[in-house]
Design a binder for this molecule. Structure first.
Ligand code: CAA
Length: 449
């Protein structure tokens, strides 16, 4: 059977950074540890004044195509996933293709282009679309370019402000992939929810506390649905568990639930029984509140056990390294988590070929998706090419007053002269930049050598 999956990946971070502990926390009068320990975030990435979802997506895709030695005619689809689109008709993929055609000789004239929307799960859905297109045999030997790109900005003073971020992940989806192949089996947890939405507005309306509960509920349903087709999942089945990461503290909560689920009725539950008792079973309780109290007590004990802590440090924590320093990239976030895990294995010299990942995507509104991936023999070459550490290091470190200005520049409701008059914090080099507006209100881009 033909394997289909991710052949190569490239990441582009917004070129500015806001230090949450040293810049944001003092300005907000908050304890820095709320961010570093509570949310698990050190810093956010922001777009410079000449960056947006198109430039970041095009820059990631440009690098990817260069590394892979690809020309436009090798690409049969370009799908962009974003929650930050600025046009209800013309898709971002057409802008990105236009940018790429400036630097490559050929054109994407026969590629199918589109834009996917379902909050943060849309990047994974675009991979799905590419997978199905290849499996259906409609690709004519070509690959798909999937680009997840977002400026995840919240209104100033919204509780979500601490979790902002900006960047793009470009992925090449091909037959016989070099990085990871995707499982046929998938699980979904989906419900009509009002936790996080943008009804024709730039910044989200968020019920933050509820969004956390909805994330956990949909992920649990997706895992159960996945198990219904792929069989029982246990704690040692997967090398890493990359999940959607709005902030690392969210994944910390989800991982504890996942571990409880995966160890139920296993030797690990038996071993832990002496220390913290057995897992509460609903049927053993007279009412919901007694059952919930017992669950809370069990979870409190579980998170302190050596067994859980060792598993978390090995399987989950390595997925959070990039996110901790860039914040939420919405559609790109789970793909950063996968890359972060593979990069950790690469940096540690670990042989990962043939090992499996359990990938959990989530989009507000709300839907979770879970599937498995198998790491391919050639994975190391693909991870060796990444420059994300250098990019993170090179970002311009904003003062709080500069952060406020940049936020205003990217705020569509505030009139700023966004046509080259605005101060740039970094100098563009070998990259696409925003170049002003056209006569029909379209955005213009150019490549700076
Ligand atoms: N030291 C250590 N920890 C501290 C602390 C301190 N001084 N002060 C607070 N904390 C801890 C808190 O205990 C809390 O941890 P727990 O939840 O484990 O108890 C954590 O830091 C955050 O503190 P608060 O809950 O008080 O923070 P908040 O109310 O200001 O905001 C939030 C938290 C609601 C998640 C907010 O950041 C938000 O609205 N974010 C946007 C929505 C979001 O990301 N939701 C996630 C699920 S939805 C999703 O995944 C889709 C998506 O991408 C948006």
């Amino acid at each position: 059977m033909t394997e289909v999956g991710i052949d190569a990946v490239e990441i582009w971070t917004g070129k500015l950074t806001l230090d949450l502990a040293n810049t944001f926390a003092p300005a907000k009068g908050e304890d820095p540890e709320k961010y570093t320990k509570g949310l698990g975030l050190n810093a956010s990435s922001f777009p410079d004044t000449y960056e947006d979802i198109v430039t970041m997506g095009a820059n990631a895709a440009h690098r990817l195509m260069e590394h892979e030695g690809l020309e436009p005619e090798d690409i049969g689809r370009i799908d962009v996933a974003t929650e930050s689109a600025f046009d209800n008709s013309k898709p971002v993929s057409t802008y990105i293709a236009g940018c790429l055609e400036e630097v490559f000789e050929g054109e994407f004239s026969h590629a199918n282009k589109g834009e996917r929307k379902f909050a943060c799960v849309a990047g994974t859905q675009s991979i799905d679309d590419a997978y199905n297109w290849i499996k259906a045999g409609r690709h004519r030997g070509r690959s798909a370019l999937v680009i997840a790109t977002d400026t995840a900005l919240y209104a100033r003073n919204d509780p979500g402000e601490a979790t902002q971020g900006a960047g793009a992940v470009a992925m090449l989806i091909s037959e016989d992939p070099d990085l990871v192949s995707l499982s046929t089996e998938q699980g979904y947890g989906s419900a009509d929810e009002t936790d996080f939405l943008k009804p024709n507005q730039q910044f989200p309306s968020v019920d933050g506390k509820r969004s956390v509960q909805v994330y956990l509920a949909r992920m649990r349903e997706a895992l159960e649905d996945f198990e219904s087709v792929a069989g029982r999942v246990t704690a040692e089945d997967f090398a890493y568990g990359p999940f959607h990461t709005p902030f690392p503290g969210m994944v910390r909560k989800a991982a504890l639930f996942a571990y409880r689920h995966m160890t139920r009725d296993t030797a690990i539950e038996d071993e832990l029984a002496e220390e913290i008792g057995r897992q509460p079973r609903e049927e053993a309780f007279d009412n919901d509140s007694e059952y919930e109290d017992a669950l809370r007590e069990y979870m409190d004990g579980l998170k302190r056990t050596e067994s859980y802590r060792e598993w978390y440090a090995r399987v989950i924590d390595p997925t959070l390294t990039i996110s901790r320093n860039v914040g939420n990239w919405y559609t790109g976030s789970v793909h950063l988590a996968r890359t972060s895990a593979l990069k950790t294995a690469f940096d540690e010299g670990r042989d990962l070929a043939g090992e499996r990942l359990l990938v959990g995507s989530y989009g507000s509104g709300a839907q979770a998706e879970i599937h498995a991936e198998t790491v391919q023999n050639t994975w190391e070459e693909k991870i060796d090419d990444l420059t994300i550490d250098e990019q993170i290091e090179r970002r311009y470190d904003l003062s709080f007053e500069e952060y406020e200005r940049v936020h205003d520049v990217h705020n569509h409701a505030i009139e700023t002269e966004h046509d080259g008059e605005i101060e740039e914090f970094t100098a563009p080099e070998s990259e696409f930049v925003f170049g002003g507006w056209g006569r029909m209100g379209e955005r213009k881009y150019r490549f700076i050598e």
